[in-house]
Ligand binder design. Sequence first.
Ligand code: BDR
Ligand code: CA
Length: 309
Amino acid sequence: MNSVWLDTDPGFDDFVTWLLLEGLPGTRLDGVSVVAGNAPLEHTLANALKISTFLKSGAPVYAGCDRPLVAEQVTSQHLLGESGLSSNGRTLPESTLRARPEHAVDALALHLERTPLTTVVAIAPLTNLALLLRRAPHLARKIERLVIMGGSSDGGNHTAAAEFNIFADPEAAAVVFGSGVPIHMFGLNLTRQVLVTRRHAETLRATGTPAGELLADHLDFYLQIRDPQRNAPMPFHDPVTAVFLARPDLFREVPAAVEIELQGRLTRGMTVCEFRVPRKAPPTAMVAVEADSEGVMAYVMDRLLMFCG
Ligand code: BDR
Ligand code: CA
């Protein structure tokens, strides 16, 4: 069994990613570290504990960093609501679970020490990962691959230049992308190809099951971020990372030297991707540039419908 670790700030697209990572063939989800991002840590942690209960996950949940390394804290609460995980109807029940007492960075370090190799899926600001790589740089070699939803080779969402997860903690992203860990970057240039629509919400609702209706109500809210009528498709950001673990054949990646802009007045948090050949700098990441969009959404819906029963 290949070990997988999830670093997250749930978020509806984080919720779906976690669902997909449960029971992925040949893998075991060994831990979930939570970080501030979509909302402050008190909310993202509460959301994670509710998701864990709902999914009957066996993975321990750890609270990580409650603020970026250096940057002023930003959240997506203006889009996602106060909790970061809003719904148009049914909500996840309260959880009686507690986070484990260890700090997420300590827990991940211990896990990496004890495990031959781990795939880390990071779908949030990279604060926890940066701290880990600063505290225990020797553990970089225990990360088989770091699959990140973050950045973009082609325009941002939080600002014109920067994607939210990177903008929220650019110094952390710079540490991570400079660490030498094998990175697979799934940025907005890729996730804008993988669109979730009203039709997907209707399919989930049509199951008539409590889980299908709950997912559909959350997806309805997610679709309203862009269009109150829910007629515009939305990029389904985080789940592509989980699909990549199961179906790498659905993506095309290109090596690139990715650097994080830390200075620019308009471009802070931008992931500058050097694709030029001949190379001007050694590659630091495999950057996903193309998805079989239909194939990715078919995989996601199959798994969601299977979960709904
Ligand atoms: C990323 O930001 C968050 O709002 C989403 O969960 C995703 O991780 C997209 O920019
Ligand atoms: Ca996220």
